[in-house]
Design a protein around this ligand. Structure first.
Ligand code: AMP
Ligand code: GLY
Length: 423
């Protein structure tokens, strides 16, 4: 079978690495890919958002199955167009991808189907938004409704910060059209978890649990990023908690989405707050988490290609996913300055030596190759991912590999996995 993966991050490197192991995978392409993906797939220079380019490549090369990594092309309708052309694809339709594309749409779904989440209101007019803030007080959370590359959420400690957030998002249009509407939410307290379920339209199959580290610095200090590290399993999601998440959040979502004419297919990623009152939904993403996917793919024992195909073909009712018992932990190495401004083009050495550490994979995110040298080409650059008997053992291996990487212009958090290890 000929497979095309869409995307260029560590998530897509991990997906390509896992898919390439399948005996059913004859040819593997990735658009646009990166220097690490080149080791397991053929990178093709087509942007993830170039839907016409992707459709053309698929037709010209007889691609049988397309796995879409990032949300952008999903929201833009890539899966709809592929399916209309008779090509199998992993990922939701544009209508279902709107659950990530519009935070307000997801909140309305929660309200309609009694799915636990933070109390909220939607506004498309700044004065009304500020009036709501004045009445409700702080702390309070202000969110741009649309896609803002993970930056559209502002946690406000006092009302002045919240008013400023409204100005920033609505009046100054910091996120363009994505901020034409805002969602204002109650601030929830608890521990976060990333929960993934494969959904084939009817059946939802939970994957193993994971936790991300959004803040840039140790101890969860500093601004939020796309994710500085992840591990699996996440002990905060006990088997009882998982059952509640499925019953109270995932199952009513799948039913409600179908009833509302947006049947879901693909991986549904629930960002959760585990509160004293139980699990509450923060938001939905319509794709794998990055870097959570890197940890999940290291733990996956089943054939990844067959698993993703089973989801796309609606065969999950008979499917059982097998996992390795070991824990996995992923440390993100980023360019100095990220998530603010950072330099590109700095050289990274020692990747071979890092990859020699037992049970370690160095997935590439923002990298490029230049005459045999590997150069940084983005904010999040490398994802050093290890397996171990426990989260602590995986952490030790991952940092052993990190120490072998010679990249003076890069940095990473030194405490990935701390919540699991502290328990
Ligand atoms: P999101 O992009 O919606 O996942 O939000 C980014 C981060 O903001 C989340 O991972 C949480 O840490 C935080 N956050 C978002 N909404 C809330 C909320 N209602 N209460 C507390 N924290 C939140
Ligand atoms: N790791 C967070 C995300 O993928 O959105």
């Amino acid at each position: 079978m000929k497979v095309l993966v869409i995307g260029s991050g560590g998530r897509e490197h991990a997906l390509c690495w896992a898919i390439a192991k399948s005996p059913e995978c004859d040819e593997l392409y990735c658009a646009p890919g990166n220097a690490g993906i080149d080791q397991v797939a053929v990178s093709v220079p087509i942007a993830a958002e170039d839907l016409d380019g992707i459709l053309g490549f698929v037709a010209d090369n007889g691609v049988d199955f397309v796995v879409v990594g990032p949300e952008g092309p999903l929201v833009a309708g890539l899966v709809d167009r592929l399916e209309a052309a008779g090509i199998k694809a992993f990922g939701p339709s544009a209508l279902a991808a709107e659950y990530e594309g519009s935070k307000g749409l997801t909140k309305d779904l929660c309200a309609k189907y009694l799915i636990p989440t933070a109390e909220y209101a939607r506004f498309n007019e700044p004065d009304a938004a500020k009036e709501y803030i004045r009445i409700h007080g702080a702390p309070i959370v202000v969110k741009a409704d649309g896609l803002a590359a993970g930056k559209g959420v502002i946690l406000c400690r006092n009302v002045n910060e919240a008013y400023a957030a409204i100005d920033h998002i609505m009046t100054e249009s910091a996120f363009g059209d994505a901020g034409a509407e805002v969602v204002i939410e109650e601030m929830m307290a608890g521990e976060e978890a990333s929960f993934f379920a494969l959904v084939d339209g009817k059946v939802a199959l939970p994957l193993v649990t994971a936790q991300d580290h959004k803040a840039v610095f140790d101890g969860d200090e500093g601004p939020n990023t796309g994710g500085m590290g992840a591990y699996s399993p996440a002990p905060v999601v006990t088997p009882e908690m998982e059952a509640r998440i499925m019953d109270e959040i995932i199952t009513p979502t799948i039913r409600g989405a179908a009833a509302d004419g947006r049947p879901y297919k693909g991986v549904l990623y629930a960002g959760l707050m585990i509160t004293e009152a139980g699990p509450k939904l923060i938001e939905y993403n319509v794709r794998f988490g990055d870097p959570e996917c890197q940890a999940l793919m290291m733990r996956l024992k089943s054939d990844a290609l067959d698993m993703l195909l089973a989801c796309a073909e609606g065969r999950l009712d008979k499917y059982k996913i097998e996992w390795h018992d070991e824990a996995a932990l992923c440390v993100v190495m980023a360019a100095e300055g990220y998530p603010g401004a950072y330099e590109k083009g700095t050289e990274i050495k020692g990747l071979d030596k890092a990859g020699e550490v037992k049970d370690v994979m160095v997935f590439h995110a923002g990298t490029m190759e230049d005459e045999g040298r590997i150069l940084a080409n983005g904010g999040r650059v490398l994802n050093v991912t290890a397996l171990g008997k426990t989260v602590k053992a995986a952490q030790k291996r991952a940092y052993e590999a990190v120490a072998r990487i010679d990249w003076p212009e890069g940095f990473c958090r030194s405490d990935i996995g701390w919540r699991a290890i502290k328990r």
